[in-house]
Write a protein that binds this ligand. Structure first.
Ligand code: FAD
Ligand code: NDP
Length: 514
């Protein structure tokens, strides 16, 4: 079975692989073929894939509690304090909206004064997470990945030290090491930040209702948290240092911010926090500087949530002992995910300059294991990674932003097809269609190869996922427009994109079906 899988990925004949396995067993001078530091998306994927090819694998995973005391089990950020609880909160918030829509559709529901039960929601989310933690542990045991719930650190390039639950120091040696330690939220260096603020590491298990929440940061985390809090009936405000969603297509980012403003989420633009103080009544006084007016201002909130980016967890690894170089708090790797020390690799969020996304961590971990233990040559392709911002109208994209296409090809060499659209299901509850918009950024000549797709609307992630595969396969405008749509869906709008920005024609549709 192992041989069969290895043959599949390496393309090497059985006899060559048998020789390789045999020589690796004879030369086993280390306790493990692979030690993985970090049991999150990337580390677990790599460890589980490696045992499939007969490697002896051990995986460390340890979570330091947050300053507010929050801690969690095995599985890393995505499962415990990232994608999964975030998506559940997003869904909870969408359901609040759906109750009102149900009434418009004839459901006999009392939709006045509906309020979620925060504690119950948190409990349900945490119950789900605990079940995933349990399944993860069972899976590791069944697959015979040794799991150690401890912090691992280098003693030298092949030796890892850790403490047992009893406090005893132990060491083990590894032929290969994969660093998959991920990151944790940053706190600003201002008075009261750590004492009074929380982060995404705390919000999904926060027992207190958040109330008036100042969300500092306008990246994915800030915008997503602000939106689900609003949908759940709380009062978030977003503090923006420069622009929302830096790095994303500007038109789409601004449309998204306008959609949030329309839904009653205020933005404090060009502001940076300077101090947080607890007031006598328990509320938090946040002082901040408006960098446009240069005025000191302040506001009163119940919760302050820092969403100002994440730092890589390199500081506890003793990388100096292994000779691994860092860039700021991340690790630079080559195209094979190797660090400057050839048998030490890194995958996931800890890699410098790569997308911090779960599927990226998983695929790079899996491919690395196949290269290490199954003779595969396949490298991770970090280009054209699709992504979604889970706001009430979601924003999803793959490929280049309009700005990036202009920068790379020149404005005269690109064509942007765009359009607003009206989702059928929005009509009866009279939901706003003002922000339902999509565009395709393409080459201007030939079959017009598509460089980027951008969609804002319901279930954007589900819509863009399939188009991402098409884009990676060289999708052209010609093919897109020759694709028969599925009616009535919102994804079919991509097959009806006929208006170019250059034409100056009105991209607003007259009806849903023409
Ligand atoms: P992690 O999952 O962070 O795992 C690293 C693990 O290693 C952790 O458990 C850590 O405690 C442990 N560790 C650290 N140091 C050591 C050590 N020395 N020894 C042992 N263990 C150690 N991505 C998406 O694709 N979609 C989303 O919708 C999405 N939503 C997100 C929402 C939020 C709020 C956040 C914060 C992130 C979100 N992400 C999302 C990003 C995604 O969670 C990360 O990209 C992904 O979890 C990275 O995986 P990783 O394996 O690199 O690191
Ligand atoms: P980001 O780096 O995306 O955003 C950080 C935000 O905080 C920016 O708006 C930044 O502003 C601002 N900021 C930084 N420092 C300060 C400061 N000192 N004071 C005030 N504002 C500040 O980080 P996130 O934490 O939002 O997300 C981290 C990563 O997690 C993402 O890159 C993403 O890959 C992943 N993620 C993915 C999700 C998804 O797939 N849906 C969801 C959530 C996270 P400025 O632009 O001025 O620097």
């Amino acid at each position: 079975m192992l041989m069969f899988r290895a043959m599949r990925y390496s393309g090497l004949p059985r006899s060559v692989l048998l020789l390789r396995f045999a020589s690796s067993i004879v030369s086993r001078k280390h306790d493990y073929d692979l030690v993985v530091l970090g049991g999150g998306s990337g580390g677990l994927a790599c460890a589980k894939e490696a045992v499939e090819y007969g490697a002896r694998v051990l995986c460390f995973d340890y979570v330091k509690p947050t300053p507010a005391g929050t801690k969690w089990g095995v599985g890393g950020t995505c499962v415990n304090v990232g994608c999964i609880p975030k998506k559940l909160m997003h869904q909870a918030s969408l359901l609040g909206e759906a109750v009102h829509e149900a009434v418009a559709y004839g459901w006999n529901v009392n939709d006045r004064d509906i309020k979620p039960n925060w504690k119950k929601l948190i409990q349900s989310v945490q119950n789900h997470i605990k079940s995933v933690n349990w399944v993860t542990r069972v899976d590791l045991r069944d697959k015979q990945v040794e799991y150690v719930n401890s912090m691992g650190a280098f003693v030298d390039a092949h030796t890892i030290e850790y403490r047992t639950k009893q406090g005893e120091r132990k060491q083990l040696s590894a032929e290969n090491v994969v660093i998959a330690v991920g990151g944790r939220p940053r706190y600003p260096l201002i008075p009261g930040a750590i004492e009074f603020g929380i982060t995404s590491d705390d919000i999904f298990s926060y027992e207190t209702e958040p109330g008036r929440t100042l969300v500092v940061g306008a990246g994915y985390v800030g915008l997503e948290c602000a939106c689900f809090l609003k949908g759940l009936g709380y009062e978030p405000t977003v503090m923006v240092r420069s622009i929302v969603l830096r790095g994303f297509d500007r038109q789409m980012s601004e449309l998204l911010a306008a959609m949030m403003t329309d839904r009653g989420i205020p933005f404090l633009n060009t502001c940076i926090p300077t101090a947080v103080q607890r007031q006598a009544n328990g509320s938090l006084l946040v002082k901040y500087l408006n960098t446009t007016t240069q005025k000191e201002e302040s506001g009163v909130f119940d919760t302050v949530l820092w969403a100002i980016g994440r730092k890589g967890l390199t500081e506890d690894l003793n990388l100096v002992a292994a000779g691994v170089k860092t860039v700021n708090d991340k690790i630079a790797v080559d195209h094979t995910e190797a660090t400057n020390v050839p048998h030490i690799y890194a995958v996931g969020d800890i890699i410098y300059g790569r997308p911090e996304l779960t599927p990226v961590a998983i695929l790079s971990g899996r491919l690395l294991a196949r290269r290490l233990f199954a003779g595969s040559k396949q490298l991770m392709d970090y280009t054209d990674v699709a992504t979604t911002v889970f706001t009430p109208l979601e924003y999803s994209c793959v490929g280049m932003s309009e700005e990036m296409a202009i920068e790379k090809l020149g404005a005269e060499n690109i064509e942007v097809f765009h359009g607003y659209y009206k989702p059928t299901e929005f009509f009866i509850p009279q939901k706003s269609v003002r922000y339902c918009y999509l565009k395709a950024v393409a080459e201007v000549s030939g079959d017009q190869k598509i460089l980027g797709l951008h969609y804002m609307g319901p279930v954007a992630g589900e819509v863009i996922q399939g188009f991402a595969a098409a884009l990676k396969s060289g999708l052209t405008v010609k093919t897109l427009l020759n694709t028969v749509g599925i009616h009535p869906t919102t994804a079919e709008e991509f097959t009806r994109l006929s208006i170019t920005k250059r034409s100056g024609r009105d991209p607003t549709p007259a009806s849903c079906c023409s």
